[in-house]
Design a binder for this molecule. Structure first.
Ligand SMILES: Nc1ncnc2c1ncn2[C@@H]1O[C@H](COP(=O)(O)OP(=O)(O)OP(=O)(O)O)[C@@H](O)[C@H]1O
Ligand SMILES: O=P(O)(O)OC[C@H]1O[C@H](OP(=O)(O)OP(=O)(O)O)[C@H](O)[C@@H]1O
Ligand SMILES: O=C(O)c1cccnc1
Length: 482
């Protein structure tokens, strides 16, 4: 699917609601939706927002083709042909505010705010959540791996195990945003300018009479980028000694063996022994790449065991986020047009976590002027001025409003950026390397206790008094009496 073929990348209920609005003459009423997730994945202390590039491409190209219209005409809902005719001219004319890609984000704060007609805001729900949820999930998983790798080189190897092609390509991009250094996926490399890296497979060694011959022929063909996979037969007795022979051959030609790769067995033990052999052979410059079902926990453990690995190839566990394969981001209506005015709306649930926070809102990062560190994220109603003017504000957790403090010594950064204004793209997409740098910079705003992978501190996401009171007011209005 290319970007212009996504109009029907939506759930049928969105089309049905659009149709029902159209039938009742309310299709062009205004609506405001916000997208957020309720729980951080992997027990992490933060998430890394990603997906905006694809969202922008999708919204820009959003249009129904004749094939789409013909398909809709065949549905058992019997949509009125006049509705389908109207869809022919449909374009996204709404307003989108979004977090920057690479931003550090937290539960229950809007990551996207979409304002427009009920038609257009409803149609885009599925695709926006699909892009945001997957890419944010993978960027967050990758960021955890980056934290434990402590500056080692990280290669994304997941394509063959990803949930299909889009996941491989966009997952490679999300990993790069979070600090991975390269991907093995050449399409992701070409599309996004991500550096690409590749070694060779076991099949290369199996495809020759001897391991030494396989290594030699590989090195002869690609003398500038030789990484040899040393574990096909016996890592320490044949793989590394053969790699050293090839290292010598390369040296005699004024070249250098770049690295060896270990893909099975006890990586801590084998890498230490391989390091010794390489050093004793006078090749301290040869790096050691490890792969084989790695994730942040195994890398952390291998480092604790003193593994002599300087490059980690990570595939399956990263690209499938296998310990939590979905981010539960939701897209909720927060305000709608009534009698010509936008009014806040609420969704009530027996599960308190699922009660929505009404009203069109903004998110600010409150930064302590003295420490330069983030103290809390602060959700205000759109247009509330105290926070933008730097006045004294009250910080409290909406779940425990009796615990609060006032702050004045802060700067407030507005996190949601204007991306589309009434259908017009007003945002200059940063280059991928800028996004990646931005992510690294943003991490510096947080204390290390929040960034650790195990039992991190909980970062406060607070609400303004006005947001809290509006929610209470709507809850009271719907309170039941028995
Ligand atoms: N020293 C170690 N400490 C903790 N985990 C390790 C260590 N060495 C390897 N692992 C991890 O243990 C898992 C299984 O390793 P194992 O050696 O059983 O791999 P394997 O693929 O079964 O090996 P082989 O291909 O030799 O059968 C992998 O996820 C690997 O990354
Ligand atoms: O383990 P992952 O984190 O998913 O990383 C990708 C894996 O894919 C390759 O194995 P595969 O057995 O598919 O091919 P090979 O013959 O090249 O080893 C590679 O050797 C890694 O082990
Ligand atoms: O280049 C590699 O070593 C590689 C690429 C993809 C998957 N596994 C390994």
């Amino acid at each position: 699917m290319n970007g212009s073929d996504f109009a029907l990348h939506t759930d049928k209920y969105e089309i049905n609601m659009m149709y029902a609005h159209w039938k009742h003459g309310t299709a062009n009423d205004r609506a405001v939706f916000e997208a957020y997730f309720r729980k951080l994945p992997f027990g992490n202390g933060y998430a890394v927002f990603a997906g905006l590039e694809r969202i922008v491409d999708y919204l820009q190209k959003l249009a129904f083709s004749e094939e789409d219209i013909a398909y809709l005409a065949r549905q058992e809902e019997n949509y009125d042909p006049a509705f389908l005719d109207m869809l022919r001219g449909f374009r996204f004319g709404g307003t989108l505010h979004a977090m920057r890609e690479g931003e550090i984000v937290f539960p229950n704060e809007p990551l996207l705010r979409v304002e427009g007609t009920v038609m257009e805001t409803q149609l885009v729900e599925t695709a926006l959540l699909n892009f945001m949820n997957y890419q944010t999930l993978i960027a967050t998983k990758a960021s955890r791996i980056v934290q434990v790798a402590q500056g080692d080189t990280l290669l994304e190897f997941g394509s063959r195990r990803a949930q299909e092609a889009d996941a491989a390509v966009w997952g490679a991009r999300a990993s790069y945003i979070a600090g991975f250094h390269a991907t093995s996926n050449m399409l992701a490399g070409r599309k996004f300018g991500i550096p690409t890296k590749g070694t060779h497979a076991h099949s290369w060694v199996q495809g020759h009479d001897t391991e030494e011959e396989a290594f030699r022929r590989y090195a002869e063909a690609l003398p500038d980028q030789v990484t040899l996979l040393v574990d096909t037969y016996d890592t320490l007795l044949s793989g590394v000694p053969n790699a050293i022979k090839i290292g010598r051959m390369l040296e005699s030609k004024g070249k250098r063996l770049l690295s060896i790769r270990i893909d099975s067995g006890d990586i801590a033990y084998l890498s230490k022994e391989a390091r010794k052999q390489l050093d004793q052979a006078g090749m301290p410059y040869v790096g050691i790449v490890a792969s084989n079902d790695l994730d942040e926990h195994i890398i952390f453990n291998l480092k604790a065991q003193g593994a002599k690995v300087n490059t980690w190839g990570v595939g399956t566990h990263l690209i499938t986020a296998d310990d939590q394969p979905a981010l539960g981001g939701v897209y909720k209506l927060v305000a709608r047009e009534k009698d010509g005015r936008l009014v806040p709306v609420i969704k009530i649930s027996g599960n308190p976590e699922k009660v929505t926070t009404p009203g069109k809102k903004d998110v600010y990062r409150i930064i302590n002027r003295t420490t330069g560190l983030a103290m809390a994220d602060y959700i205000s109603l759109y247009g509330e001025e105290d926070v933008t003017e730097g006045k004294r504000i009250k910080l409290f957790d909406p779940l425990h409003p009796y615990l609060y403090k006032h702050v004045s010594n802060y700067t407030a950064e507005r996190l949601l950026q204007p991306v589309f204004e009434k259908g017009k793209l007003v945002y200059t997409m940063p280059k991928l390397d800028e996004i990646r740098r931005y992510h690294q910079e943003r991490l510096k705003l947080f204390w290390p206790e929040l960034l650790r992978k195990l039992n991190p501190d909980v970062y406060p996401v607070n609400q303004s008094v006005a947001v809290y009171e509006l929610k209470m007011e709507l809850l009271r209005a719907f309170a039941k009496e028995e």
